[in-house]
Structures are given as C-alpha cells and as structure tokens.
Design a protein around this ligand. Structure first.
Ligand code: GDP
Length: 370
C-alpha cells in the first residue's frame, strides 16, 4: 500500500515539474555576469590606452574667449536697465527743462542706485551743458547724457586683470566677498576665461567651511581641465591658499585663483581670516589681484559690505554680479566712485560664460538703448 503511495507521489512530482518547466516557471540558472567561465579562452589583454574608462571620461570644454562679451550680452542689461536710460532720455528731450524736470532726473538716478554724489555731479554737468548748448534736438540730449555717464565711469581706469606673475612666479588672484554674491561662480568663470587664453590655471578652495562650495568649484574646474587644491572641511583657509600657491610655483602654473570664505560675522574675524590668508600666501608669491565680488541686486547693502572688505584687504578690482537681475545698474557708478577701484568684470547670468569684462562705453550704450 505504502509502495503504491510512493509511486503516486513520484508521478505527481514529475508531472508538476514538467508542467512548471513547460510554462517557464523554473528558469535555468544564469551565470552571474562577473563569473568567468574557466573553460573559455582567456580574453586578449586590451592596451591601457583603449581602456573603456578613458573613453567614458567627460570631454574637456573649450570656453569662449571673453572679448566682446559685454556687447553680446548687452540685451540682458538693456532689458533690466532700460527704464533708467530711456526714462532719462524722454525727460531730457522735452522742450523745456525746468526745475521739476531736473528733480525727476535726479530721482530716476537715485532710484537706479547711482548714488547721491555722482547724481549731483551728473545733474550739474547736464544742466550746464544743456543750458549752453540747448536741447533743440533729442540727439543732442542723448549725446550729452552719454558723454556724461561715460565720464562718471572713468573710462581711463585700468580694467585689465592682474593674472600674470612676475619673474616666473604665478599670478595670484584672491577673490573675496560675502557668501551668496557669486564668488565661487566668479572664480570658476575667470578660470574658463584664462583657459580660453591658453593659460594654465590652478584653483584654491580656501572657503573650507562650505563643502558645497568646494565641490562646486572643483566640478566647474574639471569641466575645463583645471585642478582644485582643497583642504579638510573646516580646515585652515590660509593653509589651502599656501598649498595652492606652492603647487602652482612647483608646477610652473601661470595663474592661481583662490576662493576665500565670505562669512561677514564680525569685522575683526574677517580681518583676521583674510589678513592671515594674504600674509601666508605672500610668503611664497605676491598677490597680483584682489577681486571683490558684489551682488548688484543688494544695492546699498552691497555697498556697505564692500566698504568693510575694502578696509580689510587692498581691493584692486570689483566684480558686479547679477546685473541681469536688477534695474539698479547705477550701482556700477556708485561703487566704483566710492571705493576708487575699477569695476573689472560684470555678471550677466548664471551660465558658465556669462561673465564679461567691463567696458564703460558699451555699458552706457546698453543703458541708453539703440
Ligand atoms: P558665493 O556664495 O559667493 O560663492 O556664490 P555662488 O558663486 O555660489 O553664487 C550664488 C548664486 O548666484 C548661484 O546660484 C549663481 O548661479 C548665482 N549667480 C552668480 N552670478 C550671477 C549672475 O551674474 N547673474 C545671475 N542671475 N546669477 C548669478
């Protein structure tokens, strides 16, 4: 009896397995992809140069040269600034320029952050010139306003970047400013400009308190084949600056760009930190440019911050970012006047090449529209 039961069970089992196989329920066991079959002939060794890893490495970008960028990007300025330029021209083209007209002009300039002293100067000059020359034609008003605005921006100022070192040493550019102004972005964009000019570049991520900023900087750098010297998180910013400049000297790099921390906690703290970075770097090579980055959208606040930085370090050039996002482009005039330092670069967007060398004439033309 039990023998019969066993035969029946075996028959049922065979039937079930057969059906399962038929319907594909029991899949044949696959060899894991990493397992290699010992019986297979060994694959010929691929030459290292043809390793797939190399083939997958991202291509290094070739950034666009910076010449003429302001002219190309002027539409971004014009769209936000035209309120000022066109407004002034409309008012100045009136038949009669009475007291209330001049007040209107003054107000428009102050609203655009031109600043009290430069506004006064501009209005006085315009009054004198237009009284003498008359406003018979809108073209005359335009030419006069154009000349006066360009005069306020002092086109004779040297706006070249100090990126070249002396006696075979690297150029050392220190980039300072409050966090969020666009400092890291600016460092990366300058690196792209230099790469486009066939210079070798090294970045120093001395903003060691913001891991994200360090990451951001090295990622931007990698895109154009530029390396970043970084320290431990929260480490001494001065030692990162030191290491970066030392390596630039050892490797014969043309320019080292150092991104600094911008925590404006106390003036004394800032002074200590930036002062130390500067001193430590200068043990190796002179700093050839100190760029202060200012967010144009922050208006008077940005100017107050700029004054603090200018007291702490010898700023040699200004970078005004986010000019694409504000109608208060007059800050260019005010900040340059106030600090006595030229605006060298302006940011006109978030793109990798949206940083343009500043040119007074092109800027004013964009302001006034065609
Ligand atoms: P940091 O904290 O000073 O280093 O500032 P970041 O470089 O991280 O920039 C802060 C933000 O400002 C980022 O989202 C940038 O894309 C943005 N930014 C920088 N420059 C410009 C500019 O010229 N125009 C615009 N619209 N955004 C900018």
């Amino acid at each position: 009896m039990s023998d019969v039961l066993i035969y029946v069970l075996i028959a049922v089992a065979v039937l079930v397995l057969g059906l399962a196989g038929w319907f594909g329920l029991v899949a044949p066991r696959r060899r894991p992809p990493t397992e290699s079959a010992p019986s297979e002939a060994p694959a010929p060794e691929a030459p290292i140069a043809e390793a797939p890893v190399e083939a997958e490495a991202p291509a290094v970008e070739r950034p666009a040269p910076p010449e003429g960028r302001l002219a190309r990007l002027r539409a971004r300025l014009a769209s936000s600034q035209s309120t000022l330029g066109r407004g002034l021209l409309t008012v100045l083209s009136r038949d009669r320029l009475d007291e209330s007209t001049w007040e209107e002009i003054e107000e428009a300039l102050l609203t655009a952050d031109v600043g009290v002293a430069p506004t006064q100067e501009l209005v006085n000059n315009l009054r004198t010139r237009l009284r003498v020359e008359g406003v018979a034609h809108p073209d005359l008003a335009r030419t006069t306003l154009r000349e006066e605005l360009i005069g306020l921006l002092d086109p004779s100022m040297d706006r070249s970047l100090g990126v070249d070192g002396i006696d075979g040493q690297p150029g050392v550019v220190l980039v300072v400013g409050v966090n969020g102004t666009g400092k890291t972005t600016t460092v990366a964009r300058i690196a792209r400009v230099l790469v486009a000019e066939d210079k070798t570049v090294l970045l120093g991520a001395a903003d060691t308190f913001r891991a994200a900023a360090v990451e951001q900087l090295s990622t931007w750098g990698e895109r154009v084949g530029v390396e970043t010297v970084r320290g431990p998180e929260g480490g001494d910013p001065a030692s990162v600056g030191f290491d970066a400049v030392k390596r630039a000297i050892d490797e014969g790099v043309d320019t080292v760009l150092v991104d600094t921390a911008g925590r404006l906690h106390t003036k004394a703290g800032l002074m200590d930190e930036l002062g130390k970075v500067k001193r430590v770097i200068e043990k190796q090579a002179p700093i050839t440019e100190v760029l202060l980055v200012i967010d144009a959208t922050t208006g008077q606040n940005g100017l107050t911050q700029a004054r603090v930085f200018a007291e702490v370090v010898d700023v040699t050039g200004l970078v005004l970012t986010k000019l694409d996002g504000t109608a208060k482009g007059g800050i260019v005039i005010q900040v340059q006047r106030e600090l006595g330092v030229p605006v060298k670069l302006v940011g006109l967007g978030e793109g990798a090449d949206d940083l343009a060398p500043f040119e007074a004439e092109v800027f004013v033309d964009a302001l006034l529209g065609d």
